[in-house]
Design a protein around this ligand. Structure first.
Ligand SMILES: [Zn+2]
Ligand SMILES: [Zn+2]
Length: 454
């Protein structure tokens, strides 16, 4: 009896605590949130072109984010539409459901897995994205230190913030790629930070910080399968488009401030968004951002209205988009034809063999294997040197492949460029477990990494 009650408390207790914190949090921020929304009519004083600038910058942020997701999921390709739907729906869920961060992740993962992505890839991919984004966020304040030390630039021209965002993006990419390419750099940095932290916190040692950093690096590297130049670039772009939006919102109200200080305000508000007190940090982010802007010398009234303008585009606008995307996804799943009737899929045709047909004939090798769901042709993936699976589609017109790798069951339609959940194919649904990837044994050269397509 006690055991059952214990389980119940464990199951619902955490949720009750979460809901209480959310309720209290909303109660605290509601008055200031209402004050902010009362500033709404003042938005009509903004010159119309600024709305388009903000719209374009936020669109840039979203596209970079979708690109980043695609990079993390690359081994099993996923279309832009699915990636966008999953991200928009996930972020909308995170904002409307209490304790939303986790719910948002689940919604996003469910859509991606429903589109035929292996669940392991989705989990490690989304984890790597979060890690990389937070790493870049915490790198930003460090980058502003030189600017703050040097002192105020001659003219307090905030428009420069747009240039600053481009420069920062370049710096972030350089630092990020250096840290990911040469682990030794990260180890030395970790030791350095550890030594400083050790003074304040005895339990932290230089070695533990270095090991922690290297573990994170390993997770990011695995999540992105070595495509980190593009991954870091996409992450830098998401953050910098967002920062540029804030700058634009301020410039729209003729605010004069230092770009470096606005960057600090931006970082603080983004960090507040990670703290799960209210869904998506609503209220706390707005309060924090307004407060930071006042702190750097923006008049209170302008700080309130500029925050409202920035949040309108970065926070509120994507919510209806996400709900729309989610509804559309559910409807399309409901009405999509049963997969067995799908053109190009015949579950009764067995695979042609255990290796790529053309590679076996020519003595070549491959990275991963794909099975044509129409004639059973086994071909090599697009990472492989010869890309025979895609070549088979071009020659025969057979539009669908499924993975021939152990543990993977995704389907890919070349014509619609999208993945889907297919029927159970007749065996064998994977190559023999003792056959390595890349394979086959004995034919893969030592320098195979130099021969593959990324
Ligand atoms: Zn091949
Ligand atoms: Zn075929």
């Amino acid at each position: 009896m006690t055991g059952r009650r214990g389980a119940l408390v464990r199951r619902w207790g955490g949720r009750a605590v979460g809901l209480t914190i959310t309720a209290v949090g909303l109660y605290i921020v509601l008055p200031s949130l209402l004050t902010m929304f009362q500033a709404w009519p003042q938005l009509s004083t903004v010159d119309v072109p600024w709305f388009f600038v903000l719209l374009a910058l936020q669109a840039g942020r979203l596209v970079s984010l979708w690109w980043l997701t695609k990079l993390a999921l690359a081994p099993a390709r996923v279309g832009w539409g699915t990636t966008a739907t999953a991200q928009l729906a996930g972020s909308a869920a995170a904002k409307v459901v209490p304790g939303g961060g986790a719910v948002g992740g689940v919604v996003q993962a469910r859509i991606l897995i429903g589109a035929g992505q292996p669940s392991g890839t989705v989990a490690s991919g989304l984890g790597a994205i979060a890690l990389l984004q937070n790493a870049v966020l915490f790198l930003l304040p460090i980058l502003t230190i030189p600017a703050l030390l040097i002192g105020p630039p001659p003219a307090k021209q905030l428009q420069l913030g747009l240039v600053v965002s481009v420069v920062l993006a370049t710096v972030i990419v350089t630092i990020g790629v250096t840290a990911l390419t040469w682990p030794a750099v990260l180890r030395t940095t970790g030791h350095g930070i550890g030594r400083v932290v050790h003074v304040v916190r005895r339990r932290t040692t230089p070695e533990s910080v270095a090991t922690g950093l290297l573990t994170q690096r390993q997770r990011i590297a695995e999540g992105f399968h070595g495509r980190w130049l593009r991954a870091v670039f996409a992450t830098a772009a998401t953050r910098m488009f967002d920062y540029a939006s804030l700058v634009a919102a301020l410039v729209a109200f003729d605010v004069h401030a230092r770009p470096s200080e606005v960057l600090l305000a931006f970082v603080v508000s983004q960090a507040l968004a990670i703290v799960p007190i209210t869904p998506g940090g609503v209220g706390f982010v707005d309060l924090g951002l307004t407060g930071m802007l006042v702190l750097i010398g923006v008049p209170t009234e302008t700080a309130v209205i500029a925050t409202l303008l920035y949040r309108l585009f970065s926070f509120w606008l994507p919510i209806p988009l996400g709900l729309f995307a989610w509804t559309g996804w559910r409807i399309s799943r409901h009405y999509s034809r049963p997969m067995t009737e799908r053109a190009g899929v015949d579950p009764t045709v067995p695979p042609s063999g255990t290796g790529c047909v053309e590679c076996e004939a020519s003595g070549g090798w491959w990275v991963h294997l794909r099975r044509c769901t129409q004639c059973g042709h086994v071909g090599c993936c697009d990472t492989s040197p010869m890309q025979h699976a895609t070549a088979h589609w071009r020659e025969s017109g057979h539009p669908v492949i499924t993975s021939f790798e152990p543990g993977e069951d995704w389907f890919w339609d070349f014509t619609t460029e999208s993945g889907f959940l297919g029927p159970t194919m007749c065996p064998a649904t994977e190559h023999p477990l003792d056959q390595p990837a890349p394979g086959p044994a004995g034919r893969v050269p030592d320098d195979w990494r130099d021969h593959i397509h990324e």
